[in-house]
Design a protein around this ligand. Sequence first.
Ligand code: A2P
Length: 278
Amino acid sequence: MKASPVIAMNDGRSIPQLGIGTWQISDGEDLPALVADALRLGYRHVDTARAYGNENGTGLGLAASGVPREEIFLTTKLWNDEHDREAALAAIDTSLERLGTDYVDLFLIHWAKPEQGKYVEAWKSLIEIQQSGKALSIGVSNFPEPQLEEIIAETGVVPAVHQIELHPYWQQRELRRANERHGILTQAYSPLGSGGAVLHDDVVAQIAAERGASPAQVIIAWHLAIGNVVIPKSTRIARLAANFEALDLTLGDEDIARIDALDRSDGRVGRDPVNDAP
Ligand code: A2P
């Protein structure tokens, strides 16, 4: 069976570069089957969050798949009202219970919430959680660069992963450089622009036609080529299968340069972590 390449993290562990995202997939009866089918296709990396309200169904899917737990890379996230130490320590237990597992592979602070000012306490709590073995690796999501620098300076512990909105219309070059400087892997959420305009971009369509691939596959192949960890979401198993096939699509340097040139100053599709976090 085809498998995603894995990338080494700065803590000595590794992460499958292509996984599935579950944001905006509700915890209804379809989710366990979707997750189980994705794992049967060969995916080994599943991204959820307490805030998605679907940890339950995700856990049922992992169990139903028959794939041994240790072969799966599972991520969940700490929500914004759980940045206090006690709340964070309780949150991981609740998430583990919902997921039906006794550890996650990666636990992320979902948003820095600079104005709330508790991200350092949250990060110290994640360090404690990692030491307890309930999260094998820890990282952050939606951290503006100053807050990223601050948690590292305050603790000396560098996140393994930084998950941010990233797609051809919102390429986050500065934050990617900051991640790279620290040896942090960049993980792309909304990698297909949340299913918006970038999937209909002319240049992407042209490359797709030249390569005999779909626009989504071209975008996923671009993420893989530039070193992102990537978690496209779909509620349709046929699309999850097609997205996994992007592993076989190798873009040329010229294709990558053409997609690099699509970056826009107004390309963000999600919330601004600096002042508009949920
Ligand atoms: P659906 O769930 O109906 O398949 P992102 O990962 O950037 O958040 O994008 C997710 C969006 O892109 C969803 O709306 C999803 O729709 C759509 N999508 C996922 N895979 C594909 C694909 N291969 N082709 C077209 N649209 C896709």
